[in-house]
Design a binder for this molecule. Structure first.
Ligand code: DWN
Ligand code: SAH
Length: 394
């Protein structure tokens, strides 16, 4: 049974960066629910995939050194630990991971044609289609079954999880491995990072909910790794139940235990999170207000999908934040979704005379701090809302 726990208000599509600011943009109500039978946390409004993922999708995984490194390390691990004959990636984006695998032994699935074009050009077999059973019918006619399927930050974007896992099950050979990684619900709740919720993130997974979904398909998790990426993610290593080649690692029991101890199986935990989210909004607004009263210049850094949730939930506009800086070519000179705040193409000189930077990409704080040593040395300061709104001293 789905239980409501938080309303994040009227929100625009998170990656819909517009050339002109319109007061009347397409918006939807962002409400969060917890299913007390499956432990799955989801948003209620489902936007058709084609509206979100098309030939204009701006996000590129390659624009952060952190993700480049994380995917390179993973490619080494996959080759060493599983040595797959054939590798398939769902949601390959601009090929940041798949470029580390041999071209003749891989398939990339990426519905956004502007991104699929990049891997196609590099010589990777790329299907610019949505992952579903229909696509798997097509794949099974052209290819053998696959022994490693990988998907990062993508399956949580697909509404029909039954279709997702049944199709994966059909394409995966009996001794095959499925690896998925997504933001960890535990870290999201602990960090009060309500900004993990927006139209694309239909679900935020926990080990508890993933375990429940997999049961139906005779799949099981045999290992879990905690990662620092995207504010804390989990990488799940999954196999068919009948495959006895891999023992179930103690990491699985450990993660489930920690999640239960924290209360991820209880509605009261989410109600508490909702209260903390409201407090976070009040505190962030008062922090920004006080800085503006004392004449400080504040800008944003990282025009993220997450920042869209924060700006629209907290009703932050250009009274507080002068502009956002971002390295993504397709976000430059556009407006933050739903707000009259311009995004400027990142240039160091746009940091002069800036007193405070609001971290839209707080998940890349480490990388950004290294890049912006000079700004910090000159007395510039960063603001984050995670785990609670404050000025960062380090
Ligand atoms: O799940 C999703 C994740 C993987 O990516 C998608 N639904 C959408 C997107 O979410 P996001 O926009 O919140 O992701 P990021 O990875 O936090 O975005 C970082 C943004 O910051 C990019 O637009 C690039 C920008 N950036 C920058 O301008 N300078 C990033 C770094 C590291 C920098 O130094
Ligand atoms: N895997 C990359 C990109 C994550 S962004 C990373 O971790 O950095 C989410 C990606 O999922 C986008 O590239 C989007 O086009 C893709 N996606 C969304 N719905 C999908 C679907 N039904 N099938 C395959 N990919 C999908």
């Amino acid at each position: 049974m789905n239980k409501f726990f938080l309303n994040l208000g009227s929100q625009p599509l998170a990656n819909n960066y517009l050339n002109k600011y319109f007061k009347k943009q397409i918006k939807y109500n962002l409400k969060l629910y917890f299913n007390n039978r499956t432990n799955l946390v989801s948003i209620s409004k489902r936007i058709p995939s084609k509206k979100m993922f098309n030939n204009k999708y701006p996000y590129k995984s390659s624009l952060s050194k952190t993700m480049q490194k994380s995917f390179l390390d993973l490619s080494f691990e996959i080759k060493k630990r599983f040595n797959p004959k054939f590798f398939l990636e769902i949601g390959s984006n601009d090929g940041t991971l798949i470029k580390n695998f041999p071209k003749n032994k891989t398939i990339a699935i990426e519905p956004c044609s502007n991104l699929a074009k990049i891997t196609k050009k590099r010589g990777y077999k790329t299907y610019s289609e949505f992952w579903d059973n229909k696509l798997v019918n097509k794949l099974l006619k052209k290819h053998n079954k696959v022994d490693l399927i990988y998907s990062a930050n993508t399956l949580t974007h697909i509404s029909n999880l039954d279709d997702v896992f049944s199709s994966i099950n059909r394409l995966l050979c009996d001794e095959g491995i499925l690896i998925i990684e997504d933001p960890s619900l535990l870290e999201c709740i602990k960090k009060v990072s309500y900004d993990q919720f927006y139209n694309e993130h239909i679900y935020v997974f926990s080990a508890l909910s993933v375990q429940n979904i997999l049961k139906k398909f005779n799949l099981e998790i045999f290992d879990i790794k905690n990662l620092n990426t995207h504010g804390g993610s989990l990488r799940y290593y999954i196999k068919k139940k009948k495959n006895n080649k891999f023992k179930i690692h103690k990491s699985v029991k450990q993660q489930l235990k920690i999640e239960i101890k924290f209360g991820l199986d209880k509605l009261s935990t989410y109600r508490k999170f909702a209260k903390l989210t409201l407090k976070s909004k009040t505190k962030l607004l008062s922090l920004l207000k006080n800085l503006k009263i004392s004449g400080k210049k504040i800008i944003g850094y990282g025009a993220t999908a997450k920042a869209t949730t924060v700006l629209n939930y907290c009703k932050i506009d250009d009274n507080y934040i002068d502009y956002f800086l971002d390295t993504t070519p397709d976000k430059a000179n556009k407006f933050m979704p739903g707000k009259k705040i311009k995004i400027l193409k990142y240039k160091k000189r746009l940091l002069t005379n800036v007193d405070y930077i609001f971290l839209g990409a707080w998940n890349f704080k480490k990388e950004i701090f290294i890049k912006e040593k000079k700004f910090i040395k000159n007395g510039g300061k960063f603001i984050t809302h995670v785990p609670s709104p404050r000025i960062l001293l380090k």
